[in-house]
Ligand binder design. Structure first.
Ligand SMILES: [Zn+2]
Length: 377
């Protein structure tokens, strides 16, 4: 049985550790120690090297005692800012931060659930096929750990990523493809008081180009666009010669993503040139989208397990990206399932202990049902 006290303790232990993206060393060590204590040896890849980080993805295989095809469960070890010095505060069934940082339930709740489920498999000698768990680095801000993960060492049939919000039983079966955009707008520097007419003000040029973009924010039910950051200028008395504008476009449909990106970049370039500047445009498809059919085996398995626990399943499309996008892209059908976190990426983030318990029970049940299906032939 899932142990409420133990999962709460594990979660609180993890929350107290700082693990900002790229700095997951202590988190990785702690998770590996917990796995060792359970009798499983884990490995760590070199994913951190690609981003100058101090830890890699932690990978563990729980050897099966049954012929069921391997399953993969994943959660990310990193948390967003403000995420240093996190203190978990328990109020009844809820765990919150002290209000100065995020809680880090995103995604330490996923990590705690997986560790608890591994505990339960062992304690109850549950029959199961090979189970893989991967704890990734640097999910926030670019899915870096998952992107670097060598999937060839993980022959899983399905992957469940424990990193979604909403009631337990919620699963994201569709997520958008994502283009990162960068516009490097160039003007010409000049003394602002002596000879402004010799300059071309890159800030003004960039401002015009942004203001005239054909869309911003929500474009349709499955597509969004944002300009999120501008940096430029050297001093108050210099006509600025460069501005960097960072933005993004997302869409559930790949073709639409391409056409929206083209419309945005065309419009931007046209305005910049009309205003006398020049622009270099970088577009990077950071990750692809995914769409898993509602009758896919991975959903059928989840539904069967959830119905045994009287948990209603709620399938939805998300506007956010996660490691799930990458794992689908690497060829393993994957869905993002809820662990009950809420108000994530804010200092009012919280999670219910009872939801974490439910999520761990659901994970155990998925493993159990999957193994039984094989035994029944
Ligand atoms: Zn997350």
């Amino acid at each position: 049985m899932v142990n409420t006290e133990r999962i709460t303790q594990t979660f609180c232990d993890l929350v107290r550790i700082d693990s900002i993206g790229g700095k997951e060393r202590q988190m990785a060590d702690t998770i590996r120690q917990k796995l060792t204590a359970l009798g499983y040896s884990s490995t760590e890849d070199n994913a951190g090297d690609t981003i100058g980080g101090n830890a890699g993805n932690v990978i563990v295989k729980i050897p099966g005692n049954n012929q069921a095809a391997p399953l993969l469960f994943m959660a990310h070890m990193d948390t967003v800012e403000p995420g240093r010095g996190k203190v978990p505060i328990i109020e009844g069934d809820l765990i919150k931060s002290d209000g100065t940082t995020v809680l880090g339930g995103d995604d330490l709740a996923g990590v705690a659930c997986i560790l608890e489920a591994i505990n339960v498999l062992k304690e109850e000698s549950i029959s199961h096929g090979d189970i893989y768990a991967v704890f990734t680095i640097a999910e926030e801000g670019g899915l870096f750990g998952a992107r670097t993960l060598d999937i060839s060492v993980i022959p899983a049939k399905y992957a469940y990523i424990l990193d979604d919000e909403g009631p337990i039983g919620t699963a994201a079966i569709k997520a958008p493809s994502y283009n990162r955009l960068r516009f490097i707008v160039k003007g010409r520097a000049a003394h602002a008081g002596l000879c402004p007419e010799d300059g071309i003000n890159a800030i003004r040029v960039a401002a015009a180009a942004i203001a005239e973009l054909p869309f911003m924010g929500r474009i349709d039910a499955g597509s969004t666009c944002n300009i999120g950051m501008i940096q430029g200028g050297r001093a108050r008395n210099i006509v600025p010669d460069q501005v960097i504008v960072d933005g993004e476009v997302r869409s559930l449909e790949n073709e639409k993503l391409s056409s929206l990106t083209l419309q945005l970049t065309d419009s931007f370039k046209k305005t910049v040139e009309r205003e006398g500047g020049t622009v270099d445009i970088e577009v990077e498809n950071t990750y692809g989208g995914y769409s898993v059919a509602e009758d896919h085996g991975i959903i059928q398995l989840m539904k069967k397990a959830a119905s045994r626990l009287d948990i209603p399943v709620n399938l939805h499309a998300t506007g956010g990206g996660s490691d799930t996008n990458v794992i689908n892209g690497k060829g393993i059908p994957a869905v993002d399932i809820s662990v009950g976190m809420s108000n994530v990426h804010s200092t009012s983030e919280q999670i219910a202990i009872s939801d974490m318990v439910k999520a761990a029970r659901l994970m155990v049940e998925i493993i159990r049902v999957h193994a039984e299906d094989v035994s029944c032939g």
